[in-house]
Design a protein around this ligand. Structure first.
Ligand SMILES: Cc1cc2nc3c(=O)[nH]c(=O)nc-3n(C[C@H](O)[C@H](O)[C@H](O)COP(=O)(O)O)c2cc1C
Length: 159
């Protein structure tokens, strides 16, 4: 295989950019994710790839819930904040306005909308990211506007 071709083509797969909210006991956290897609109509399921060595993955494994916050085209700085690991910067949500949703996970006030999910399956023993499949049990629209995509940001995550 040509490793450069692999990288180039994998990076051309279009993605959104989201802030995924998590909880464990009384603690909440959130991180920027791009490897996320719908994988079933009935029941409504989404799958998200989560780094196995992240703080958030430990939290999801324990609580088995997560939220997905969609942000607008001009909110790159909001998702940028959640790229930093909690282990390095501590409580990421303290300066970001949010409420606690039905599942106990954070919903950002400034998001254009959100989903709340209960974990149904965790897969991918082989890879460095777990595939976490969640059933959508709650959803809301704050503003009807186009969502930020990875291409809009000029960043890469993949290859
Ligand atoms: C553009 C971009 C996309 C990302 N997408 C994902 C993703 O899909 N899944 C993931 O686990 N981490 C992703 N990350 C990395 C996490 O945001 C990062 O590891 C974060 O620090 C994890 O936070 P935590 O340690 O507080 O859980 C992405 C980072 C960037 C910059």
């Amino acid at each position: 295989m040509d490793p450069q071709a692999k990288k180039t083509i994998l990076r051309k797969i279009p993605h959104g950019v989201y802030v995924v909210g998590v909880k464990a006991d009384s603690q909440i956290n959130a991180f920027t994710a791009t490897w996320l897609t719908q994988v079933s109509f009935t029941p409504p399921l989404v799958a998200v790839g989560i780094r196995k060595d992240s703080h958030s993955f430990e939290m999801v494994k324990q609580s088995r819930v997560f939220s997905v916050n969609l942000v607008g085209k001009n909110q790159k700085s909001l998702v940028e904040h959640f790229v930093k690991p909690a282990s390095a910067i501590g409580e990421k949500l303290k300066e970001v306005r949010h409420r606690i949703g039905t599942t106990g996970t954070p919903i950002l006030d400034e998001a254009i909308g959100f989903l709340e999910c209960e974990v149904r399956e965790i897969a991918n023993e082989t890879g460095d990211h777990a595939i976490v499949i969640g059933e959508v049990i709650e959803a809301g629209v704050h503003r009807d506007e186009p969502a930020l995509t990875l291409m809009d940001t000029g960043w890469h995550y993949g290859g």
